[in-house]
Design a protein around this ligand. Structure first.
Ligand code: NCD
Length: 282
């Protein structure tokens, strides 16, 4: 799908005649737009039903909203919501395909897939997707990050090793904690990894960084720390970035950054996800 996602170019027609509903009950820039573009580039129509402008604000449940859009005729629903079990509840209620676009602090599967694709292409592992020998360091608010939830699942399933570096209060609990090593000293651990993934502090999910000064001093990826990394090591960030908090602009915009590659690869990953899920339910 990577070639097919190139734009401008001829769109594919695999999903011509299908409609896809995007139900976003939480804010989104990247994920919503790239699901929309992905559906369009596969030839599908998109109906967007998101956030404040919907009847959820009148008390309708997420499941009833999903049943409403499904009744109008869609082949797939793309759902982002705050309850961790919300996407599952929709999937249990409707007949069409349901794809998670991020469920609470739990999982964000297409982000995990696009992160793995970015890494596979960068380190020439995109033939067999064997990540053995690769070390991924995730830094920051793992406790509240669904991006980390899916990155850890994907990366370890492909044979890589995950290390996390964060303050005590942002340490992930089980089950994520069982598949990674926890470190506190970023200057030390950053020297010995292939990929550094920075995370935003998820204030809206109750994260409390305490003193912002102390947090940035200990965990911000700035130019001094980036210079400690291996020559071929890369920097990733799922976005949205809080520049000068978890990442300094000179690193975000610097030569190690693959942040815009991640965004770009989100479109083909979602084209593949839509095709796969719609084909397996229709
Ligand atoms: C994230 C999300 O919403 O889970 N962004 C994304 O989808 N790329 C990460 C975040 O909000 O920090």
């Amino acid at each position: 799908m990577v070639d097919a996602a190139a734009w401008p170019g001829a769109a594919r027609t695999d999903l011509a005649g299908h409609s896809v509903g995007t139900l976003f009950f939480e804010d989104s820039t990247r994920t919503r737009s790239s699901f929309t573009l992905a559906a369009q580039r596969m030839g599908a129509h998109v109906v967007d039903c998101s956030g404040a402008g919907t009847s959820v604000s009148k008390g309708e449940t997420i499941v009833d909203t999903a049943l409403t859009i499904e009744s109008m005729g869609v082949s797939a629903l793309v759902v982002r919501c705050t309850p961790e079990d919300g996407v599952r509840a929709v999937a249990d209620a409707v007949q069409c395909a349901v794809i998670s676009a991020g469920a609470g602090a739990g999982e964000h599967p297409t982000q995990g897939l696009l992160d793995c694709l970015t890494i596979a292409r960068e380190f020439d592992r995109d033939d067999a997707f064997d990540f053995s020998g690769l070390r991924l360091l995730i830094v920051g608010d793992l406790a509240h990050s669904r991006v980390a939830g899916s990155a850890v699942v994907g990366f370890t399933k492909l044979g890589g090793e995950v290390i996390c570096c964060c303050p005590e209060e942002m340490t992930p609990g089980p089950p994520m904690a069982s598949s990674l090593t926890i470190e506190r000293d970023l200057d030390r651990v950053i020297q010995d990894v292939d990929i550094v993934m920075m995370l935003r502090i998820q204030m809206e999910r109750g994260a409390d960084p305490g003193s912002m000064n102390a947090y940035t001093k200990a965990y911000q990826l700035d130019a001094r720390r980036a210079a400690l990394m291996r020559d071929d090591a890369i920097v990733m960030h799922p976005g949205p970035m809080n520049r000068e908090v978890e990442i300094a602009s000179e690193v975000a915009d610097g030569p190690r950054s693959r942040i815009w590659t991640q965004v770009r690869l989100g479109v083909p990953v979602r084209m593949a996800a839509l095709l796969h899920c719609i084909q397996s339910t229709t």
